[in-house]
Write a protein that binds this ligand. Structure first.
Ligand code: CA
Length: 226
């Protein structure tokens, strides 16, 4: 499997190339948008990891070039923290997924593997488990068709739980992904946030989806595995 990385930040680029190589991929790195578009169009990649802010052409222009040429290669977008508009724009322009910087390499690897498994079919901008649905473009959550108001952090937390549904997520991982806090931080904030999220999405609905796994963390899953 061959992956193209388009990233101008030297450290991030090198780190991604090394990590993906060690994970068994052939990983090529280019450091600006013009080279990125050229490589994506003229070589056969299974996946492109594409930074938004790039010299030459920005990530959107590169993405547009790839899609305009009819290339359906999956594109994983790297976007700046809290730039919700970037994410919406990226998905609308035909990106398949995005990751917010800074991210843990393990998270990137999980997304890369999911995208590769999925192949070249386009992904929906919705995440769904049982009757809970998240619209990633409109940033909306619904349960059983009923709209649920979430804060930005609650949305991010629910998105993480949904993306990794069925997996037990340790508090420390949630803290680092949603709050950008490190392992040693007080993870009480996670407990409080999960409790609030549960009150909104689980209390008035069936089946209950978020479960606490004592001593380990949280998991979101439908009881029947749907
Ligand atoms: Ca950049």
């Amino acid at each position: 499997m061959k992956i193209l990385i388009v990233e101008d930040e030297r450290k991030t680029g090198d780190y991604l190339r090394q990590g993906l190589s060690e994970a068994g991929f052939v990983a090529d790195l280019v450091r600006d948008g013009i080279e990125g578009r050229h490589a994506a169009l003229h070589d056969d990649y299974d996946l492109v990891v594409l930074d938004v802010m790039l010299p030459g052409l920005d990530g959107w222009q590169v993405l547009r070039g790839i899609r305009a040429a009819g290339k359906q290669v999956p594109v994983l977008f790297l976007t700046a923290r809290d730039q919700v508009e970037d994410r919406v724009k990226g998905l609308e322009e035909g990106a398949d997924d995005y990751l917010v910087k800074p991210f843990a390499f393990s998270e990137l690897l999980a997304r890369v593997r999911t995208l590769l498994r999925r192949g070249k079919t386009r992904v929906s901008n919705h995440l769904r488990v049982a009757n809970l649905e998240l619209d990633l473009i409109r940033r909306r959550a619904t349960r059983d068709g009923r709209r649920i108001d979430l804060t930005a952090k609650e949305f991010a937390l629910l998105e993480l739980l949904l993306r990794r549904h069925g997996e037990i997520l340790p508090r420390s991982l949630i803290a680092s992904q949603v709050w950008d806090m490190n392992f040693d931080s007080d993870t009480n904030v996670v407990e409080v946030a999960v409790r609030r999220l549960r009150a909104k999405i689980d209390d008035d609905f069936e089946p209950k989806l978020i479960r606490t796994v004592r001593g380990m963390g949280y998991v979101l899953e439908a009881p029947d595995g749907s």
